[in-house]
Design a protein around this ligand. Structure first.
Ligand code: AMP
Ligand code: ZN
Length: 115
């Protein structure tokens, strides 16, 4: 686990979160500062700081994050109207928590390009 990593602490139940999804490798929970009517984040239980840490050994995890978000999007009734999934990597993308996480955003219209 990453020392002092916020999302590792959520995975280890040291910090509370409203959990929306869990399996052996992935945890999904409500974002504490939602940017849309639906805003959840999905993290691998294994600590990987940024998307740059994805390689041939662990890349299946990226698919697991996507699959989990698709499942929750379906449960939250977003499948037909649509939703957005995003992974921010490092400073140009505005990454603030350095444990890979996929954002699931839905329930409103989003702009493209994202700005
Ligand atoms: P990013 O900017 O991609 O690193 O996103 C970090 C996300 O984590 C932001 O959307 C925050 O609102 C969210 N966040 C920060 N702390 C918590 C927390 N304790 N529980 C849930 N979400 C959090
Ligand atoms: Zn971590």
């Amino acid at each position: 686990m990453g020392k002092d990593c916020l999302f590792c602490k959520i995975v280890n139940r040291e910090i509370p979160a409203e959990i929306v999804y869990e399996d052996e490798k992935v945890l999904g929970f409500e974002d504490i500062n939602p940017q849309a009517p639906v805003h959840c984040v999905f993290v691998p239980k294994e600590h990987i700081a940024t998307l740059n840490g994805i390689n041939t050994e662990n890349s299946a995890l990226a698919g697991e994050l996507v699959r989990a978000s698709v499942e929750v999007a379906e449960k939250k009734g977003l499948s037909e109207r649509g939703y957005r999934v995003t992974i921010n990597c490092n400073s140009d993308a505005g990454q603030e928590v350095f444990h890979i996480h996929l954002h699931l955003l839905g329930g409103r219209k989003f702009n493209w390009p994202p700005g």
